[in-house]
Design a protein around this ligand. Structure first.
Ligand code: SAH
Ligand code: TMP
Ligand code: ZN
Length: 407
């Protein structure tokens, strides 16, 4: 029996992807024999409504001095975070003297650099040393640590409480969320705000975006599950905002209970989740069926292209692609290589499926017939960049929200 990380109730498993490697564990052939695998299974807690992994990978296996994901590889995301910073400054820091901003999971400084540029007191808490180093080089103050209650206490005593605590695409990475929530309670000023964003459960289910499921994503949040967690710490959601990034995300604004007036959107969205069925097990069974169908359709399509001797290349070695390649059984039989702009991934092989990752220049120099878009969450940016590929007859294969060829 597996217990909910949040409320200890028994969780109901609803989909198993089988044995999976570390999503960002790109590796050299001489490391294949020691590759680490775990069981990727997701369950739903009928009590607090949290969707979560049953088995977690040790954090040190995922976040370390060779972490492969650098946030700043996407210029679209850089713009997204610049706008976010502007909003935080305007809406929450305007009236504050000498404000202090803390970010959890600050990576290479993509968000905090906007505060650093304005000489706003800030601190990034980032456990992966190589990306933290990149942030420091940009002038972003960062410490190399995992955020939890203890670090929160330490930062609060050394630098004082924060006016704003920010976190993007990291809250859902942390299995020990009770320690995180307790830390927020300690580190946040009485009138301060904690704002975080993560891929939204509603979008994942609606779009059959099963590739959002991998080791780093321990949780799949809804407003209801977030409310159930934070209310235990006398913290409340005062606002939420759907975002058009990473395939559909939600931004949550949290403050000390009673400090600010909650917006009507919060109640409306929780009701919408209830109507959609996100608070019941049944929808997750339907989700599993959709995922299986999506896998079969993608396999059929790739097989038919192979029979026609088409050249197919993967586009963007995202962490999500690890779930797709391993779950669908996509290998070098079908995919020549995966093109990616991140230097640390290039020259290595993809986790589990062992498909070579090659520099983007190779893609540009010799366009394939088809590109399987693993970076579908960056589709707008990528499609705009790849007009020549399409003009020369290149076709995209996408699988979210449904398997299709885009001519
Ligand atoms: N915020 C960035 C990075 C997201 S990737 C963005 O949105 O692009 C997740 C980051 O969180 C990684 O850099 C990882 O090292 C970091 N991380 C993982 N667990 C953490 C924890 N407990 N505390 C702080 N950061 C953590
Ligand atoms: P993400 O989906 O987890 O944000 O990962 C993005 C990956 O996609 C990262 O490895 C960089 C790669 N990428 C490209 O190769 N080309 C691009 O144009 C973009 C936007 C991303
Ligand atoms: Zn629970």
């Amino acid at each position: 029996m597996y217990q909910c990380q949040i409320c200890s109730h028994k969780i109901e498993p609803f989909i198993s992807f089988g044995r999976m490697p570390i999503a960002n564990g790109f590796l050299m052939p001489d490391q294949f024999s020691q590759e680490y695998f775990y069981n990727l299974v997701v369950g739903f807690c009928p009590e607090c409504k949290m969707v979560q992994l049953l088995e977690f990978v040790d954090r040190e296996k995922m976040f370390h001095e060779q972490y492969a994901f650098f946030s700043s590889t996407s210029s679209f995301m850089a713009r997204h975070f610049a706008l976010f910073a502007e909003k935080v400054m305007q809406d929450f820091l305007g009236e504050v003297r000498d404000p202090f901003v803390v970010e959890i999971g600050s990576n290479d400084g993509i968000l905090l650099e906007n505060f650093a540029r304005q000489n706003i007191r800030h601190l990034g808490i980032e456990p992966s040393a190589n990306v933290a180093e990149a942030a420091i080089k940009k002038g972003v103050k960062s410490i190399c640590a995992f955020f939890d209650e203890e670090i929160a206490r330490q930062v609060a005593s050394e630098s004082g409480q924060a006016d704003a605590i920010l976190a993007a695409n990291v809250m859902c990475h942390i299995p020990y969320l009770h320690s995180v929530a307790a830390g927020i309670k300690i580190l946040l000023k009485p009138g301060g705000v904690f704002i975080f964003e993560d891929p939204y459960l509603g979008d994942i289910v609606e779009k059959t975006a099963y590739d959002q499921i991998y080791d780093e994503h321990a949780f799949y949040f809804s407003l209801q599950s977030i409310h159930n967690l934070f209310s235990q710490y006398d913290l409340e959601i005062i606002h939420a905002e759907p975002l058009n990034v990473h395939g559909g995300s939600m931004r949550y604004y949290i403050s000390h209970k009673g400090a600010k007036e909650p917006s009507p959107f919060v109640i409306k969205q929780i009701e919408k989740e209830r109507m959609l069925g996100l608070h019941q097990y049944k929808i997750y069974e339907l989700f599993r069926k959709s995922v299986e169908k999506s896998r079969d359709q993608l396999n059929q399509l790739l097989l038919s292209l192979k029979k026609e001797n088409r050249r197919v290349v993967g586009y963007a070695a995202t962490s999500k692609s690890t779930t797709v390649t391993n779950y669908c059984g996509i290998t070098t039989d079908i995919l020549e290589y995966i093109s990616d702009t991140t230097p640390i991934k290039q020259g290595k092989c993809s986790p589990g499926a062992h498909i070579p990752v090659r520099p983007y220049e190779e893609f540009k120099a010799n366009y394939p017939d088809y590109a399987l878009l693993f970076g579908w969450n960056h589709a707008e940016e990528i499609m705009a960049k790849e007009k020549v590929f399409r003009n020369r007859g290149g076709k995209w294969i996408v699988y979210v929200p449904k398997v299709q060829i885009i001519e």
